[in-house]
Write a protein that binds this ligand. Structure first.
Ligand code: ADP
Ligand code: MG
Length: 286
């Protein structure tokens, strides 16, 4: 039978908007020594704003953005939403044959042209060459190729959520030994953020399966690992963690479904709250 204290713990968590999917995770979360965090949508708001549109050659920025926005309207990624919002209502043209490459971007047909929009690794995937300078921009860069040639780029920026600095400090003081940032975004952005917040390690430019490999390696070292993420791309790594935590407000259904713990208001400070409730419950139960 389940000790009464666990029900109290699950109830206390739920009052704080934290959903524990089983009493065992209240106990397991107190044993976590390694915390692995996703960046976009987890530490940052995941609400991007367009900073700059740079078009190469003759094409007007309006047409360029119309083509990109038509393609991105087929994706639910936060970057896609930002580009569509920036462009405004899409009446025409429409995109067809759209393929989404998780952690990379999109490819599709708009007005008879082939449009590819995404990061450096998507450009490499399709053999599109671009200026090396773009890798040094400390903003997220969406590169665009039209009919097989580099056609321009858009820079977008995202803000860190409130209370992140304080939360990370509290987590460290609470006995978590290592805090690691894993992201599909560019390494220049990811390492700058990790440095700013004093994280132990960071890795950028990752595919969803790379995040899983990092987690498997940590578990092989005997660590007890919690992973916190939000995206559809995070579902496999959330499932792999000892304690998989999903941001449930703006997070994807897949992430929420594979999680052991769901933070309903998306606030990073609730990672700490969840650990505290686990510890309190343990004192009552044992
Ligand atoms: P994170 O791991 O930080 O949450 P994602 O794996 O969701 O990031 O995305 C990684 C990168 O893939 C983004 O930073 C972006 O460069 C690119 N990307 C993903 N989806 C899109 C899209 N719809 N349009 C353009 N670029 C995209
Ligand atoms: Mg994310």
């Amino acid at each position: 039978s389940i000790p009464l204290g666990y029900f109290g713990g699950i109830g206390a968590a739920s009052k704080n908007g934290i959903l524990f999917k089983g009493s065992n995770f209240l106990d397991l979360i107190t044993q976590v020594d390694t915390l692995v965090l996703d960046k976009t949508g987890t530490l940052t708001k995941g609400v991007f704003e367009v900073q700059k549109v740079e078009v190469k050659g003759e094409m007007s920025p309006e047409l360029f953005m119309a083509l990109v926005a038509a393609l991105e309207s087929k994706s639910t990624h936060p970057i896609a939403k930002a580009l569509v919002t920036y462009y405004g209502d899409i009446t025409s043209p429409l995109a067809a044959d759209v393929e989404e490459f998780s952690g990379q971007g999109l490819k599709g047909k708009v007005d008879g042209r082939e449009i590819i929009a995404g990061n450096a690794s998507l450009m490499s995937r399709f053999g599109i060459s671009y200026s090396e300078d773009l890798n040094h921009i400390v903003d997220t860069v969406v590169m665009v190729a039209i009919d097989g040639a580099f056609a321009g780029y858009i820079t977008i920026a995202d803000e860190v959520k409130e209370g992140v600095a304080e939360t990370l400090q509290n987590l460290r003081q609470s006995g978590i030994k290592e805090i690691i940032l894993l992201s599909g975004d560019k390494d220049a952005i990811v390492s700058a953020l990790a440095k700013e917040y004093g994280l132990d390690k960071s890795h950028g430019g990752l595919f969803p399966q790379d995040k899983v490999s990092h987690l498997v390696a940590l578990k092989k070292q005997g660590r007890t690992v919690a992973f916190v993420g939000d995206g559809i791309n995070d579902a496999p790594v959330i499932a792999m963690a000892d304690v998989g935590i999903a941001m449930g407000g703006l997070g994807s259904d897949a992430a929420i479904e594979s999680a052991d713990v769901v933070i309903q208001n998306d606030q990073p400070s609730h990672i700490m709250t969840a650990i505290k409730i686990g510890r309190k419950t343990k004192q009552v139960v044992w």
